[in-house]
Design a protein around this ligand. Sequence first.
Ligand SMILES: Nc1nc2c(c(=O)[nH]1)N[C@H]1C(S)=C(S)[C@@H](COP(=O)(O)OP(=O)(O)OC[C@H]3O[C@@H](n4cnc5c(=O)[nH]c(N)nc54)[C@H](O)[C@@H]3O)O[C@H]1N2
Ligand SMILES: Nc1nc2c(c(=O)[nH]1)N[C@H]1C(S)=C(S)[C@@H](COP(=O)(O)OP(=O)(O)OC[C@H]3O[C@@H](n4cnc5c(=O)[nH]c(N)nc54)[C@H](O)[C@@H]3O)O[C@H]1N2
Ligand code: SF4
Ligand SMILES: [Mo]
Length: 888
Amino acid sequence: MTDVSPLDLRRGARACAVATTCPYCGVGCGVLAEPDGQGGLKIRGDKAHPANAGKLCSKGSALGETVALDDRLLAPQVMGREASWNEALDLVAAKFAASIREHGPDSVAMYVSGQLLTEDYYVANKLMKGYVGTANIDTNSRLCMASSVAGHRRAFGTDTVPGLYADWEEADLVVLVGSNLAWCHPVLYQRLAAAKKARPTLKVVTIDPRRTATSDLADTHLAIAPGGDGALFNGLLARIVAQGAVDSAYVARHVSGLPEAVEAACASDLGMTGLSAEELDAFYRLWIDSEKVVTVYSQGINQSSSGSDKVNAIINCHLATGRIGKPGMGPFSVTGQPNAMGGREVGGLANMLACHLDIEEPAHRDAVQGFWVSPEMPDGPGLKAVDMFRAVEQGRIKALWIISTNPAVSMPEADRVRAAIEGCDFVVVSDITARTDTAELADVLLPATGWGEKDGTVTNSERMISRQRRVLPAPGAARPDWKIICDVAARMGWGEAFDFDGPAAIFREYAALSGVAGALGRDFDISALAEISDAEYEALAPFCWPLSARKSGGRFFADGHFYTKDNRARMLPITPRAPQSQLSEAYPFRFNTGRVRDHWHTMTRTAKSARLSQHMAEPYLELNPTDAADLGIKPAQLVTVESPAGSAILRAMVSERIGRGEVFAPMHWTGQTASAGRIDALVAANTDPVSGQPESKGSAVRIRRFSAAWYGFAIAREEITPTSRYWAKARAAKGWRVEMACDGEPEDWVEYARDLFDLPKAEAVTLLDPARGIARIAFIAEGQVLAALFAAPEPVAVSRAFLTDQIGAEADPALMSGRPGADRPDPGATVCACFDVGVNTILAAIREQGLTSVEQIGLALKAGTNCGSCRPELAALLASATPAQAAE
Ligand SMILES: Nc1nc2c(c(=O)[nH]1)N[C@H]1C(S)=C(S)[C@@H](COP(=O)(O)OP(=O)(O)OC[C@H]3O[C@@H](n4cnc5c(=O)[nH]c(N)nc54)[C@H](O)[C@@H]3O)O[C@H]1N2
Ligand SMILES: Nc1nc2c(c(=O)[nH]1)N[C@H]1C(S)=C(S)[C@@H](COP(=O)(O)OP(=O)(O)OC[C@H]3O[C@@H](n4cnc5c(=O)[nH]c(N)nc54)[C@H](O)[C@@H]3O)O[C@H]1N2
Ligand code: SF4
Ligand SMILES: [Mo]
């Protein structure tokens, strides 16, 4: 056998476009991916896919830039050294088996992910619940969708999203509550924006304590007090009743619990919403007067210690008015991860069985056990994520297998979770890279194939199942997750039950089991596909479930038929609760957290793309100008943010878009990308009592200025990791850009810079002004810039865009000034990632060419004309530029 390198193997991949699905958000866009002959992929939107009809956002368009092999895990590792698959799998099976033998099945656990494909998920769940005999398998969907699941199950008897994306386009009113759709579900946002443009009577209301890029589309933005949503929707229910807007016929036939729900609603305190009587009145009138209303909700609702109640408060209003399951109306939970929905379907949550069957229900357990012919079934729910890591901390879980998620970064009280994993007897991590905060703690690291290298299915927010298809060969020894799980199961003695020859075989079994669920009266039934051939599976076109002899596709519940014992939906009495962490003198700020436009979670993929890394290159804290002034914090200074659980150092982004007493930080930065940017270290592990979902958006924190002796900005061709107290790095087109700050000043700046860049011999160009504390040092070889450091006692005012362009280039005469010469304007921070158009360029064009619309900006600069993800920001720049123009 010849030794072909993984990259050579990739270069040889057939240049033919393959239809697959984007691996990021729950919109579930179709992607055409074609090998480019260099080991990468050319990416286009798939016009034939119903979710996106050819559109992609910035992250989807940049997929080709994230498949490079440089930091991939290419072979198994045991205790930090490379090992064969046999050695690694034998060890995993032996350790799990020993723990089960000595301490029982509940001494082991799996923590998996809504980014697994359905087939991977199915075998993981089957192994744990059916064969190991424990329900200790939970998923990062606990941090994401658990409150929606709980709300759906309490109201409908099962976890069903009643409507379809098309409903948004048909609606008269779309309410976006706790959703930053423009950044987090950009293609759905674009569909909504297009529908509104075509039919301006379509109204949009956003409900979010912050003004976001999404609010810019809204006719009305309600800056609700954090956690005020339960009271807001209770108020709506009370008004629905008071105005006689109840659909009495629907309620009489299909709904129970209305009087109790209304009584609780009438008793709740609207003051909790923080909104004025006029705002409430206008919103209530609009909602009630718009027959076709879709209420879309996301993490601003779910990630709350009363998340399930907030979900039910929303659903109550739709049930009372019968506005559910009909064209243009219904409650709509948008899912986060590409297969968050699929994971819910296969039973990835510790409190679910496969195919929406209930673990608490003996008849359901028996049916699944009979179908699996399994030796063992747990008789109740297992540990939910927060409790699972507590059990790890207490030594009750002795063997833990983490697959496709990064809990040392994304779990609340992340420092504590990291320590718990570190202290666990035996930890296995399956990932595509070893460079994660969690993978660093593993005893055994298993290399998984990633997006583009694996086959299976995912389900999006509207229940649409579509195929992810392989385009590239598996790199090195990497294997698909389903295969790794089945191989371990076989070594534990269950080879026959896990003897699948590919994802199609797993899918067939899963579809057959869904038929059993369907016969038990469950909603999730795709049994029409139980005998699908390998070739049909390969060609499977996207479809919305269910797909069975009983029903195919469409909406649920227009005619009742809920999945409760009496087939009636339940309205629940809701008593709104404030976030669990109380603000105090010691911790006076409400810590809101979430996402930015161009990064995905813990950035193991998006940080590989230079253009995705330019939009937000640093971890930051958004805070109100008055609060900043009170704290003596100037824009762009650094702040230390602390809670009782931990601390972080973040760049202050002073903004009117956030209210007083509230601050916001994105969740993306890790130990790999920043010195102190893991903001989940601060988040209290308060959970919703029903769903177990953590309150990731409601902790109490305090803020103080980080006392920096100096701030720095560095560019480098090779990756560097500074030793300064603060640093944050991001990839640039030809190297790296790094922000720095430290409390002590180095004795010799040039030596410091040499160490930083590990360039002991390169020629140094220096500009030192010790009196002013300014140091500028560039290293140049053969006329080309290798690296440079710009340091100053205040945040360094150099042009990041200009300097980033200098990496590896012939040194510009203006290099040491940190700004382009007068003949060349500074483009400013990137707004349009597709065409790399900066904020200054856009503002100058608006000013000089008198541009007044996003379309005109597109014509002038191309910005916003490809993926369109920056269009909300272009609109905001237009709005901000207009008054300035008037003043001139
Ligand atoms: N670019 C990008 N897109 C993503 C992801 C990503 O990492 N990056 N991740 C995907 C995943 S897994 C998920 S779950 C989704 C999440 O998608 P979203 O839920 O839309 O995103 P978040 O930014 O977490 O939070 C949404 C909003 O909730 C608001 N909020 C906070 N507290 C409250 C409150 O008490 N009430 C209300 N009404 N609102 C509140 C926040 O200010 C924030 O703007 O995004 C998906 N899409
Ligand atoms: N404070 C705060 N915390 C939050 C949130 C918040 O809004 N605020 N949001 C929460 C939500 S909604 C979510 S969904 C979580 C997300 O948090 P995580 O799931 O922890 O984040 P990811 O970075 O998506 O982790 C996915 C991991 O899987 C790896 N991977 C990628 N593809 C594959 C594959 O095919 N196989 C395997 N085995 N591994 C693969 C990636 O390299 C990465 O290490 O964060 C939660 N945490
Ligand atoms: S909206 Fe963007 S991230 Fe989400 S599936 Fe579509 S292309 Fe991927
Ligand atoms: Mo999520």
